[in-house]
Design a protein around this ligand. Structure first.
Ligand code: BT5
Length: 322
């Protein structure tokens, strides 16, 4: 870890408290000059660090920049050893994850970004990802045998995101099958799960699980086409929790569920939060739009619907409207 990262980690863990340059240097076993250089470097990156003559350095409690240094100390044992890579801006964290896996197929870890210039939804759709207001991340996972079912992974991620939001904010998020998280009737999070084929074994060697969360209201409003759809966790600039805390909580929750995927133990929580159950929904089939009643989530995360002719059908992927 570089001195800059060490200084940041210390300040993040003691946000709002002051520490003198000398004490910081002693604690981190580095010179005062390198502490000074590190502080200057961090300020240039946008960290609000106050320096007062008597008290020393203090990282403002309002600071909310994504960083490995802030996230790693909050992670549970299950994530120790996983790489956490935070970017200021990137085209798409899912695309970056794919590039990394192409270079190193054994890579396991998480790519995060404060902004995406080409944030992607399903079927080539755009996921609007402005800076400073969202949390965009991709988990690079090695699926256990037969556990590469993208729908199951998406549903587990949806539960993990709901639990993290509820624990940190007390709010009660709901799920729109299959990959959307809603709060107060608006979409606050979308999930995009993609598999990378291992050419030799012809199986899915890596899963890229992308999670995009609208954390606080963006400075310029959402674009017209999603104004009536999109919502945010917080509306003010100063949210009650930081994005780093939210990222860590989502990861901690997900990595508890992920090894349990085969048991489907989390699916009941998914069902409880899935607000489409019992509702009339429509979905496309070929050139037609079919209307049916959503009646259940099956053990593979599929949506079972009752058609007007009395037959049932299971949707495994795709978009429903309600
Ligand atoms: C999704 O697709 O909702 C999956 C979004 C996944 C985004 C993450 S961010 C990290 C990772 N890197 C990526 O590039 N992607 C993943 P879908 O169900 O197809 O929904 C897309 C639709 O949601 C769009 O057509 C809009 O109607 C709407 N939408 C776009 N941006 C939105 C936003 N920020 N908040 C709410 N709704 C949005």
């Amino acid at each position: 870890m570089s001195t800059k990262e060490k200084v940041l980690q210390f300040l993040e863990q003691h946000k709002g408290e002051s520490i003198s340059g000398q004490d910081l240097a002693d604690k981190l076993e580095v010179s005062r000059t390198s502490v000074w250089k590190a502080i200057n470097g961090l300020k240039k990156e946008g960290y609000q660090i106050e320096a007062t003559t008597n008290k020393g350095y203090q990282l403002s409690i309002d600071t909310d920049l994504l960083s490995e240094a802030a996230i790693v100390p909050l992670l549970s044992e299950a994530l120790k050893g996983h790489r956490i890579i935070a970017h200021k801006t990137i085209d798409s964290t899912n695309l970056e994850a794919k590039r990394i896996v192409n270079e190193d197929p054994t890579f396991e870890g998480v790519i995060l970004s404060e902004e995406q210039t080409k944030g992607r939804g399903r079927l080539g759709r755009v996921f609007y990802s402005p800076s400073e207001s969202g949390l965009y991340m991709s988990l690079v996972l090695k699926p256990a045998a037969d556990m590469d079912n993208a729908t199951l992974i998406t549903t587990a991620a949806a539960v993990a995101v709901c639990l993290a939001i509820e624990i940190l904010t007390g709010k009660n998020p709901q799920i729109k099958w299959v990959n959307d998280i809603f709060l107060d009737g608006r979409k606050v999070c979308g999930i995009l799960t993609e598999g990378i084929m291992d050419m030799e074994s012809r199986t899915i060697g890596t899963i890229i699980l992308g999670i995009g969360l609208n954390f606080r209201a963006p400075e310029t409003d959402f674009p017209d086409e999603i104004q009536s759809i999109a919502g945010t966790l917080f509306d003010s600039k100063n949210a009650a929790v930081t994005r780093n805390q939210m990222a860590a909580e989502i990861l901690n929750r997900f990595y508890v569920l992920y090894p349990e995927l085969a048991s489907r133990s989390y699916l009941d929580e998914y069902r409880k939060r899935c607000f489409v159950l019992g509702e009339q929904v429509t979905f496309p089939q070929g050139t037609e739009t079919i209307e049916a009643k959503a009646i259940a989530i099956d053990d593979d995360g599929g949506l079972v619907v009752a058609l007007p002719n009395g037959e049932t059908k299971t949707l495994t992927y795709g978009e429903i409207s309600i």
